[in-house]
Design a protein around this ligand. Structure first.
Ligand SMILES: Cc1cc2nc3c(=O)[nH]c(=O)nc-3n(C[C@H](O)[C@H](O)[C@H](O)COP(=O)(O)O)c2cc1C
Length: 150
């Protein structure tokens, strides 16, 4: 099972969570690649068998800038990921109210439109509640790995 991790950050936290996710999933026996060039051709070239998106939210519920081109390309070219298992780890801050974790929500909805299959409900990491998001993600990652192997 080849898992591709896509992460998008403003201040680096989502990348730290993605680092932890990579270590965790590799320890669980998965082959893991990080998408380095955040564009659709690079993603397709990796031939992902599973996807994990780690993204924070910025602005008024916006995607972090590095993820915007990939998101638009996926929405415009509409590559189907039929039945490809995926999960989303969304970083945000509940103090932002309605836009809490909205970038994660948008990526999740796009992947569902592209017919990918969510295997674990989206994890929301609230910066107003935790200062250790990378370790807080572990129980979720554990379930994600088990679901991928099952
Ligand atoms: C300017 C700014 C705007 C933000 N807007 C939102 C938002 O709309 N919704 C949300 O849930 N979190 C928002 N956040 C909180 C960040 O998503 C949160 O702090 C996250 O942990 C940052 O992760 P990063 O280091 O990967 O960028 C915002 C933070 C900043 C500084």
């Amino acid at each position: 099972m080849h898992l591709v991790i896509v992460s998008g950050t403003v201040f680096g936290t989502a990348d730290l969570v993605a680092d932890e996710a990579q270590n965790f999933c590799e320890a669980g026996g998965l082959k893991v690649s990080r998408l380095k060039a955040l564009n659709l051709d690079a993603l397709l070239a990796l031939q992902p068998e599973a996807l994990l998106v780690c993204t924070s939210t910025t602005g008024m519920g916006e995607l972090p800038e590095p993820l915007v081109p990939l998101f638009h390309e996926m929405r415009d070219r509409f590559p189907l990921f039929t039945a490809v298992p995926f999960g989303v780890i969304a970083l945000g801050d509940a103090a932002y109210g309605d836009t809490f974790c909205q970038a994660g929500e948008e990526f999740r909805e796009l992947l569902l439109e592209l017919q990918a299959r969510e295997i674990e409900p989206m994890l929301r990491l609230d910066a107003s509640e935790t200062v250790t998001p990378e370790t807080d993600a572990e129980p979720w990652l554990q379930r994600f790995v088990v679901a991928l192997q099952g």
